[in-house]
Design a protein around this ligand. Structure first.
Ligand code: 4AD
Ligand code: MG
Length: 466
């Protein structure tokens, strides 16, 4: 007799056939036969498939309780492990005891009934949606991929640095940060030219970070190979399938490394993640292909098997200018590429992943290394078909005079960046890094094309309910 086991343990063969085990879970579905036998599909979130419980009318609470079980009830089941008579590969439990731990109030109104629900509907019940096969499947994939990334980087001798979430400086310069404050804004007395944030918790205007990069750079300039993997926040008012106000980003920073090397590393790392996903998630891929994207496996395999196309921004602009496609946004050297432009390059022109590098400095952040042409910076974006940008990175400006010039051009107060500048004053080194949007990655590999479905509780404009 064991303590509570999980379905994932059963399927990995931890227990012997005929062994008595106990399992806890929730009812997905049930069927009562006229012969006095009930078939209950139980899930516990540990595995992609439910386990069937067979309960017969000799159980002491069969009539009073078991016949009244509905979807969503929580049970503790003790019974004998058997192979299914129908399919010898499947396990079943012949119950010797079923305890109902939690009933469902008003079963007809249970929000997660066994019928099919749209992903949009499930977002309305985010607190219950992990009870569905699809969301629990995505959640396990999310867990596995995060673990794989940590292990992969550990093997490559990176150190994980937990960079702060609260910051007083902006990294990306887009001015879309959430304020962090304990000031009583309703009752505050505003006076001209008085900095009210002096009285605030941190004595300075403070924000939720848009990126851990600047802090990460300090550790790269002492521990050489580092990464951070945490939540980042952007107050962008864009309610698209690719944007969240709170998303997780994996950021890497490597000392003694230039843009070219970081591009190579990013491609290699993405391919490793994709390969791991294909090799170790066969059941999930079959399930997701049936539900969402038929060619999921081949879509990912294609990315793994082909070299990424690497082009300069200027070349990308020329391709777009000379193609026959009609775009809504005009193509002007110096402007950011819009998603329709990116999509044309990935989906049509190259029909695969593309790395675009050396963007104009005026559309990129202050910290990027200025190229000799004086108008572009050593930056790169990795674009995948359909989803677009998944990675953004650059070689960092490691020359103090260039950095100061750039801060001045962008009207950023260099005193605010004093510690960041110190890295350039004391033993500066070339260093580079990139950020991978974790939800964009998950959205791509799972085929769930709305990023809101691959994070447990999405935060988007007007939505932080759960
Ligand atoms: O290109 P971004 O803005 O780069 C940075 O933040 C750098 N500091 C990274 C670095 O060099 N250390 O963001 C990196 C990635 C994007 O390529 C995208 O995948 C994702 O983060 N991303 C978002 N994902 C979801 N919602 C949003 N609003 C996102 N904004 C960026
Ligand atoms: Mg970017």
């Amino acid at each position: 007799m064991c303590l509570i086991s999980s379905i994932s343990e059963l399927v990995t063969g931890k227990f012997k056939i005929n062994q008595i085990i106990s399992i806890g879970g929730w009812v997905r579905n049930k069927r009562h036969s006229k012969l006095g036998i009930s078939f209950i599909n139980l899930y516990d979130g540990s595995y992609i498939y439910d386990i069937q419980i067979i309960a017969n009318n000799t159980l002491y609470n069969y009539k009073n309780e078991i016949l009244s079980i509905t979807s969503g009830c929580s049970l503790k089941v003790t019974g004998q492990l058997k192979f299914s008579l129908k399919n010898k590969k499947n396990y079943e439990i012949y119950a010797t005891k079923i305890e109902i731990l939690g009933w469902v109030e008003n079963p007809g109104k249970y929000p997660i009934s066994p019928k099919k629900h749209s992903l949009k509907y499930l977002r309305e019940v985010s607190h219950l949606r992990s009870r569905t096969t699809i969301i629990s499947c995505i959640t396990r994939i999310r867990h596995n991929i995060a673990l794989f990334i940590h292990n992969f980087l550990n093997k490559k001798n990176f150190f994980c640095i937990n960079t702060p979430i609260i910051t007083t400086i902006d990294t990306e310069g887009s001015g879309k940060m959430f304020k962090v404050s304990t000031l009583d804004f309703e009752n505050i007395q505003y006076k001209k030219n008085i900095n009210i944030f002096k009285k605030d918790f941190f004595g300075k205007e403070s924000f939720l970070t848009v990126s851990g990069q600047l802090n990460l750079e300090t550790y790269a300039c002492s521990m050489s190979k580092v990464y951070t993997f945490g939540p980042t926040f952007r107050a962008e008012n864009s309610n698209t399938k690719r944007h969240l106000a709170e998303f997780w980003m994996l950021e890497l920073e490597i000392a003694f490394t230039n843009l070219k090397n970081i591009m190579k590393f990013a491609e290699k790392m993405l391919k490793k993640i994709f390969t791991y996903f294909l090799n170790f998630h066969k059941k999930e891929i079959t399930f997701l292909s049936n539900k969402l994207e038929k060619n999921l496996f081949y879509k990912i395999e294609k990315i793994i098997l082909n070299k990424f196309n690497i082009i300069e921004y200027t070349e990308a602009v020329n391709i777009l200018k000379n193609c026959k496609e009609k775009f809504l946004n005009s193509i002007i050297w110096g402007n950011d590429l819009s998603s329709e432009h990116e999509k044309y390059l990935t989906n049509k022109y190259f029909n695969n992943a593309v790395i675009i590098f050396n963007y104009p400095k005026k559309i990129k952040a202050f910290y990027m290394y200025l190229n000799d042409d004086n108008r572009t910076v050593a930056s790169m974006d990795i674009l995948l078909p359909d989803i677009g940008e998944i990675i953004g990175g650059s070689q960092r400006e490691n020359r103090i005079d260039f950095l100061d010039k750039r801060l001045k051009e962008l009207r950023l107060n260099k005193n605010h960046y004093w510690w960041y500048r110190d890295l350039r004053k004391y033993g500066t080194v070339p260093h580079s890094g990139f950020g991978l949007g974790f939800e964009r990655l998950l959205s791509y590999i799972t085929g769930l094309n709305n990023i809101k479905d691959v994070i447990p509780f999405p935060r988007t404009p007007y939505n932080a309910r759960f």
